[in-house]
Design a protein around this ligand. Structure first.
Ligand SMILES: N[C@@H](CCC(=O)N[C@@H](CS)C(=O)NCC(=O)O)C(=O)O
Length: 208
């Protein structure tokens, strides 16, 4: 049993940052329990997640696996009544595809980073395909981010699509996964989102 909710994850992880930004925006104080060994095969190191993935949210009344379920639980726990745009609210092809491709690119980023640290050769066919997939997904997102954002409800406080897009784009730069300088629309969006105190409080860094 824990008094204060705990997010199990890493300060360098983009899915963890999504959860932490939601926690900060929603005013739900959480501790971070760092997953120190990325190669650990012990679910206990990931807050009990048998998939050996982070983030996990551990609270006094239950444990949630994965960024989106965690964000939903944080919203339930929050006393603030924020207007949040969730993936199921994205009911046009443009918005729905933007969300799908953002989460896909995040998963590609995870696989490419793990491939790099575990020594997958640069000319490995699957690695090359993942890189191609990531780059073409980023081009699509860059071309569509402005129109997609202008189609979002104007009165929103928080939007899962925007938070994931921010965490994705900034993480690619942080980990140098692929060059990002040419994605001017994505970078412009990130610059404005980065001014939020939730973004400033969760800047990527490698945990000690
Ligand atoms: N479906 C999960 C995916 C989480 C995920 O891929 N997390 C990465 C860190 S950003 C991870 O656990 N990486 C370690 C690994 O894949 O071994 C979510 O939405 O939270």
């Amino acid at each position: 049993m824990v008094a204060k909710p705990v997010i199990v994850g890493r300060s360098s992880s983009h899915f963890t940052r999504v959860a932490r930004i939601f926690a900060a925006e929603l005013g739900v104080a959480c501790d971070l329990r760092v997953v120190h060994d990325l190669m650990s095969a012990d679910a206990a190191d990931y807050g009990g997640n048998p998939a050996l993935k982070m983030p996990t949210l551990v609270t006094s009344h239950g444990t949630w696996f994965g960024a989106l379920p965690i964000c939903r639980e944080l919203a339930r726990q929050s006393s603030l009544r924020l207007r949040i745009v969730w993936p199921e609210d994205l009911d046009t092809p443009l918005l729905s595809n933007a969300q799908e491709l953002t989460v896909h690119a995040m998963a590609m980023g995870v696989s490419l980073t793990l491939g790099k640290v575990s020594g997958v050769p640069v000319d490995n066919a699957h690695r090359l395909k993942m890189e191609r997939s990531l780059l073409s997904t980023l081009s699509w997102l860059d071309a569509n981010v402005a129109e997609a954002r202008s189609a979002l409800p104007a009165e929103r406080h928080l939007c899962f699509l925007e938070v994931t897009l921010f965490c994705l784009t900034t993480h690619l730069k942080f980990r140098d996964t692929v060059p990002t300088a040419s994605y001017s629309s994505l970078n412009a969006f990130c610059e404005s989102f980065a001014a939020r105190s939730s973004a400033r409080a969760t800047e990527y860094r490698f945990d000690a």
